[in-house]
Every structure is written in C-alpha cells, then in structure tokens.
Design a binder for this molecule. Structure first.
Ligand code: HEC
Length: 202
C-alpha cells in the first residue's frame, strides 16, 4: 500500500470519527437534559433535594442573629442574594420589581419604600427592620407577617441568612456596623465531600 493510499484510509477514518463525535455533540444540544423538576421559581428554604444533600430540617425558629453575624460573610451573602433578585433590586434608587428595592432596608421602617404598594399586612406590621426582625422575616416571611405578599419560603440555613443580612446591611448610605466581626472564620462552610466514593483497588 503506497503512502498515498494509506493517507486516504487514515483520512477516511478520521472523518468518520469526527462525524460521529460531531453528531454526538449536536445531538447533545438538540436533546437538552431536563433539569427542572423543581425550583422553577420557588427558592431557598424549599429543600431543593435532587442534589442529595438534605437541607436542614426546619427548626422551630431562627437562631439568634447576632452571634451568626459575627461570622457572616458578605460575599457569600451577595451570592445568596441571587435568590432575591428575581423580585428585588438592592441598589440605591433601584427599581421596584415584584418586591420593593431593598437599598438601605436594614434599620428602615417596614413597608415604607417609595412608590411600592405593600400588602396591608406588612404595612400594618410597624416598627423598623431590626436585625432580629429581618432574621425572623427571612427565616419565614409568612410566619413573621401572615398575609404578606412576599411569596418566598424563607432561608432556613442560619449561616446563609446571616450572610444575607450582612450583605444587606452594607447596601446602605449609613451601614450599621456588623456586631463584632471576627476576622476570617476559620472554616467558612466548605461543602463537605458529599460521598466518600470508595475506589476499588488501589
Ligand atoms: C417571589 C418574589 C420575592 C422573592 C424571591 C423575595 N422577595 Fe422579598 N418581598 C417580595 C414582596 C412582594 C415584598 C412585599 C411584601 C408585602 O408587601 O407584603 C417583599 C418584601 C421584602 C422586604 C421588606 C421590604 C420593606 O420595605 O419593608 C424585605 C426585607 C425582603 N423582601 C427581603 C427579601 C430577601 C432578602 C429575599 C431573598 C432571600 C427576598 N426578599 C426574596 C417578594 C419577594
């Protein structure tokens, strides 16, 4: 077999392989895996199961916020706030969406953001958004303000709630200081290795 012949064969094989791989890639795109099953819009708190790790089972109420805030992580709070952005902005002068803009909400009177039509339940709640109130609200809006129109299950994870509140505190013209921020909590909740897959053999 001369080398030209050989090249042709090699090329043919190569093309065949590429075609198969190409078809594979294309079909992967055509047939998108359906990952939805849950969490279409419902967020947080609602254990989004499928990934295996069961989220904490709801306790009776939120843990006290102050000690949690001491170890809170603003960046992680910002990330966690993504759960809220379908309904809320948190920039100064940001637009109201399904819920009001939340800039400066920590410490502000409840249900008073300009140009937003609150439920009468929240309007009547009264008082300001203290850390404790926010803690309870974010744990379970409907328990804290029955009749609220914030249809959000709540954030049951203490650390996440604290992170969120720490982040929200910063989004303000005059941010409240975090209580006793200790530098770098030694292990900021690295997700534990989910399952120790045993390697067969060595
Ligand atoms: C599905 C939409 C939705 C999601 C998601 C949502 N909210 Fe809300 N939120 C609302 C609505 C609607 C209101 C107004 C409630 C009322 O008037 O009863 C509200 C009100 C609030 C208030 C009170 C504001 C004020 O001016 O008194 C705070 C604080 C708040 N939300 C925080 C959050 C945070 C933090 C998250 C994410 C962890 C979140 N919300 C997620 C819809 C939502």
């Amino acid at each position: 077999m001369d080398s030209f012949e050989f090249n042709k064969i090699a090329a043919a094989i190569l093309i065949a392989l590429l075609t198969i791989k190409g078809a594979d890639l294309i079909s992967n795109h055509l047939i998108e895996p359906h990952m939805l099953k849950e969490n279409v819009y419902k967020i947080a708190g609602v254990s989004s199961s499928s990934s295996g790790a069961p989220t904490e089972v709801a306790k009776k109420g939120p843990a006290p916020i102050e000690p949690l805030l001491a170890a809170a992580n603003v960046q992680q709070g910002e990330a966690a706030f993504k759960k809220c952005t379908s309904c809320h902005t948190i920039e100064k002068g940001g637009p109201n969406r399904i819920g009001p803009d939340l800039y400066g909400v920590v410490g502000a009177p409840k249900g008073q953001h300009q140009g937003y039509a609150y439920s009468s339940a929240l309007e009547k709640k009264g008082g300001t958004w203290t850390l404790d109130d926010l803690n309870e609200w974010l744990y379970s809006p409907r328990d804290f303000v029955p009749g609220t129109k914030m249809s959000f299950a709540g954030v049951k994870d203490d650390k996440e709630r604290a992170d969120l509140i720490a982040y929200m505190m910063k989004q303000s013209d005059s941010p409240m200081p975090l209580p006793e921020v200790k530098e770098a909590a030694p292990s900021s909740k690295e997700p534990e290795p989910k399952n120790d897959v045993k390697k067969e053999g060595h």
